[in-house]
Design a protein around this ligand. Structure first.
Ligand code: PHE
Length: 446
């Protein structure tokens, strides 16, 4: 049994075992960010240059920030509200709770558009049984997404996520993650082999790996790779702090962070290795943006033996990957509601789900609203939440203090460089997204 007690009467639920920790963090990280968003962003913003910068950012900022957020949660045994309150009380300030509202709300802004895309994926899962042969995939996407046809799927996505979340931390997450994530990887490898052996696939390989120096020096590539890394690793300032609060004191945080980043990046690159070769083989424009996944992969299934089976299996496993991320997004609002307002889990889950459902409706209905909200969130809101949590961890609580927490239970201890990367590289990187994103969103930067 864990001896740690939190301030509430009930001991906090804890993850059991080291594998469970990695699975939970990876379950949150691996989702639509990897399968749907990574390929479309990479296709639109710099191709091989994006990939290179992305990997660099994950290595220099992502892993350090993952450790920081997990350690913050574990240190205070609380999510963002309790943790920031804890930090600022040491400095005799009562503002922590209020500051924590930013990461909590900005994470919720992500939840709102995320659930709409989970709905799209669920629809494609069902559609996969009929097969995609003979369909004009562009038209098919456009007559579904952004119309009233997408609404029931959005509702279903929220209900399923709410139901699983309601079951609580251990019962809901662990068994699902342990089986389905490995299954997803196996399927991604199979599909990759099919995609790279298509005639014309070499164009996609070149697009991914042939150096593109012009894009390397384009700030837009950097901006998008940075924003994508924060999104994909779930580094928005609420989720991983909460997951950290569920960790026993002796968890090896550096190794959990390293594996999470590794698996998350592998999933994104595998998805790209399917999407780009297939897009080149079928003549789909890699610049297609949001629909890219949906107008490329069905073509692959239509072309392969047992394509209906592979198509259905793919969308099913992506639904599961998306739901484990969606659960972590819901948890990012539920825990703060329970902590700040002393609500029970049932009430907090109901309110979070209802809010995600209602706020997502307009986005399910209209593509221009969806795009607007997604851009506002990724360019402006999301970096605000991340920046605040980074400053709190590395400057206010202090990089050296947090490094001690990170190293507690670690097999390989982090040196002083850890604090340097957090204090300067992570904070300046996040600030860059916020400034560049705001300029871009307001149209000042074209
Ligand atoms: N990282 C998840 C994905 O890639 C999305 C997510 C972001 C989940 C932030 C939780 C918090 O799909």
């Amino acid at each position: 049994m864990d001896k740690e007690k939190t301030s509430s009467a009930m001991p906090r639920e804890k993850w059991s075992g080291k594998l469970a920790v990695i699975m939970a963090a990876a379950g949150s990280a691996i989702g639509l960010g990897n399968i749907w968003m990574f390929p479309w962003r990479m296709g639109t913003y710099g191709g091989s240059a994006f990939l290179l910068i992305y990997v660099l950012i994950v290595a220099l900022i992502g892993i350090v920030a993952l450790m920081g957020e997990l350690a913050l949660g574990r240190r205070f045994g609380k999510g963002p509200i309790g943790a920031l309150d804890g930090i600022l009380r040491q400095k005799k300030s009562a503002l922590g709770k209020w500051i924590a509202l930013f990461p909590v709300l900005t994470t919720f802004a992500v939840t709102v558009f995320y659930m709409v895309v989970v709905g799209w994926i669920m629809h494609y899962f069902v559609a996969a049984f009929r097969g995609f042969a003979g369909l004009d995939l562009g038209t098919y996407f456009n007559t579904f997404a952004g119309t009233s046809n997408a609404v029931p799927w959005h509702v279903l996505a929220v209900i399923i996520t709410a139901a699983i979340t309601y079951l609580g931390v251990k019962k809901g997450l662990e068994p699902a993650n342990k089986i389905l994530l490995p299954a997803l990887f196996v399927l991604l490898v199979v599909l990759m082999i099919r995609a790279i052996t298509l005639p014309g696939a070499i164009g996609g390989i070149n697009f991914m790996f042939k150096p593109n120096f012009a894009a390397l020096s384009d700030p837009l590539t950097w901006f998008n790779a940075l924003a994508q890394a924060l999104f994909s690793l779930s580094l928005l300032g609420s989720t991983l702090v909460i997951y950290g609060s569920y960790l026993p004191k002796d968890t090896d945080i550096p190794s959990a962070a390293w594996y999470t980043a590794l698996f998350d990046t592998a999933a994104a690159i595998l998805a790209a290795l399917i999407v780009f070769p297939a897009a080149f083989a079928f003549g789909v424009n890699v610049n297609s943006g949001i629909p890219l996944l949906f107008i490329t992969l069905p073509g692959l299934f239509a072309q392969m033996p047992a394509g209906i089976l592979f198509g259905a299996l793919f969308f099913l496993l992506v639904v599961f990957a998306a739901i484990t991320s969606a659960i972590s997004l819901f948890e990012s609002a539920i825990e703060p509601l329970m902590d700040a307002l002393k609500w029970g889990r049932t009430k907090a889950t109901l309110v979070t789900s209802a809010a995600a459902l209602l706020a997502g409706l307009p986005l399910a209905l209209r593509m221009d609203w969806f795009t607007y909200w997604m851009r506002l969130t990724s360019a402006v809101l999301m970096p605000i939440g991340t920046l605040i949590i980074m400053i709190m961890i590395f400057w206010v609580y202090g990089a050296e203090n947090m490094r001690r927490e990170v190293n507690h239970g670690a097999v390989v201890s982090m040196g002083a460089w850890w604090g340097f990367l957090g204090k300067y590289v992570a904070v300046i990187g996040t600030l860059f997204i916020l400034v560049a994103g705001t300029l871009r969103f307001t149209g000042l930067w074209r």
